[in-house]
Design a binder for this molecule. Structure first.
Ligand code: 5AD
Ligand code: SF4
Length: 462
């Protein structure tokens, strides 16, 4: 009888990729994937530690799963309850105390050792904690990507090229939970990309915590940066779209900018977190760029690729942020213009330098600033979406919609586009006429007719 595996993923795209790779490790052990934790023999929570809220969610989910586990025990079966990801890495020991019913707590650098860890749980019957940063690269020990896990979503896939971070922004847990920077050899990445194409992938998103600090060894023994890697990826037949995330502004080099000019599959959309528009705060954050460096960088990118559109991350209420500092962020936002963005109230994370600063900002003030920033960002996003109406855009159809006959795809700018289209178009890139815009999505149609009766339905679907 096959055993059932349920993985719940929190946080960033790296976690989505990691969950798929954990599945690839476990399928050969006789597991099959289930969406329902109630009938799972093993549940893994792949967790995120970036902000306090994200970490707290894990403990409430663990309480719920413990009740399911107890019910299964009463019925004579068992459930291995495991916690992976950055909360596991950061709070391993504390988690074993706070949730003693958890069987297995393991960090992001140990996924390849899952079979051995599961065997230890089954043998010993006690809990296992593994938050090592082993010397050997886990990628060498992971099996090939399989088409059976969630590696591929429609015709789109993530591919981790780099992991970890050496930047130590004062607010951020990533250097502690993911460890120092590691770049995979270029040949391994290109092989994985080719394999993904064989499995039907058309769009690749190259992933890294700090993806543009990529510096992997290539077959010619040279060290490649991300620009060179993107160029080589673009030479693989069948790759129709390339994206990469997440970038650090100070590490965008001339090669990467040239890739935006030269590699036709590289999408004209870039997530480039700036965090703040105040030099004083950027310095306190230990960012290695100022607000004007960011402005100039955007200018260079726009010169290389005039239709490039930007997204960003912002933190409001970093310790010591004055009204003038916040106004600096608002000025930068108004000047640059973002088509989409993530913005957060500063959340002190244990163990990071900023958490122990004594000039913390009042929660209410953080909320006020966040609202002002988000109103501006939302209106920029809406304006961009509206500017797309009437245009024709290539859309990769990679999800089914809520209504029958409906599909959802992604525009070059990552906007979800709803359309009524025949099922055989699933997984392909089609030109859609954009008929309507909403706050977070677009509605399109296959032909230029705006009187298409199905458009009404599309508009309601987002
Ligand atoms: N508080 C608030 N936001 C944070 N981020 C990272 N750490 C914190 C924190 N302590 C945000 C940054 C980062 C994004 C992934 O999460 O904006 O770019
Ligand atoms: Fe965190 Fe990104 Fe800064 Fe690294 S560069 S410390 S991942 S915010």
């Amino acid at each position: 009888m096959t055993k059932k595996l349920h993985i719940k993923t929190y946080g960033c795209q790296m976690n989505v990729y990691d969950s798929a790779r954990m599945t690839d490790v476990l399928l050969p052990l006789g597991y099959s994937v289930t969406d329902n934790p109630d009938d799972a023999d093993m549940v893994i929570l792949n967790t995120c530690h970036i902000r306090e809220k994200a970490a707290e969610k894990v403990y409430s989910e663990l309480g719920r799963l413990n009740r399911i586990k107890a019910r299964r025990n009463e019925q004579g079966s068992d459930m291995i309850l495991a916690v992976a990801g950055c909360v596991a890495q950061a709070e391993g020991e504390e988690m074993m105390r706070r949730a003693p019913f958890v069987d297995l707590v393991f960090g992001p650098q140990t996924y390849h050792a899952l079979p051995e860890m599961i065997a230890r749980v089954s043998r010993a019957g006690g809990a296992v904690l593994n938050t090592d940063f082993p010397d050997e690269a886990k990628f060498d020990h992971l099996p090939e990507v399989s088409g059976d896990s969630d590696t591929i979503d429609g015709a789109s896939a993530f591919l981790t090229v780099q992991e970890g971070c050496d930047k130590f922004c004062a607010f951020c847990v990533v250097p502690y939970t993911r460890g120092s920077e590691y770049s995979r050899p270029a040949a391994d990445i290109l092989n994985e990309a080719r394999r993904l194409v064989d499995l039907g992938v058309k769009e690749l998103t190259l992933l890294g915590q700090n993806v543009n600090s990529y510096h992997g060894i290539a077959a010619d023994d040279e060290e490649w940066g991300l620009g060179r890697l993107i160029q080589a990826t673009g030479e693989i037949a069948g790759i129709e779209r390339i994206r990469y995330t997440t970038s650090y502004p100070a590490d965008v080099d001339a090669d990467l900018i040239a890739a935006h000019r030269d590699v036709k599959q590289l999408m004209p959309f870039l997530h480039l977190p700036v965090q703040s528009g105040s030099d004083r705060i950027l310095k306190a954050m230990n960012r290695r760029h100022g607000a004007d460096d960011y402005r100039q960088l955007v200018q260079r990118l726009r010169t290389a690729r005039p239709d490039i559109a930007l997204s960003s991350d912002f933190i409001v209420g970093f310790p010591g942020e004055s009204d003038a500092d916040f106004e600096g962020t608002m000025t930068l936002v108004r000047e640059i213009g973002f088509i989409q963005a993530y913005s957060f109230k500063y959340s002190p994370r244990p163990g990071t330098p900023a958490a122990s600063l004594d000039n913390q900002i009042d929660e209410q003030l953080k909320s006020q600033r966040l609202k002002i920033l988000q109103d501006e960002l939302n209106s920029q996003q809406r304006a961009f979406n509206e500017s797309c109406v009437g245009r024709t855009m290539p859309v990769l159809l990679d999800r089914s919609g809520r209504h029958s006959g409906q599909m959802v795809g992604r525009s070059p700018y990552m906007q979800p586009v709803h359309v009524t289209a025949p099922e055989e178009l699933f997984g392909s890139i089609v030109d859609l006429h954009i008929d309507a815009a909403q706050a977070n999505s677009l509605a399109g149609s296959l032909n230029n007719s705006t009187s298409n009766p199905t458009n009404k339905e599309n508009e309601n679907a987002a």
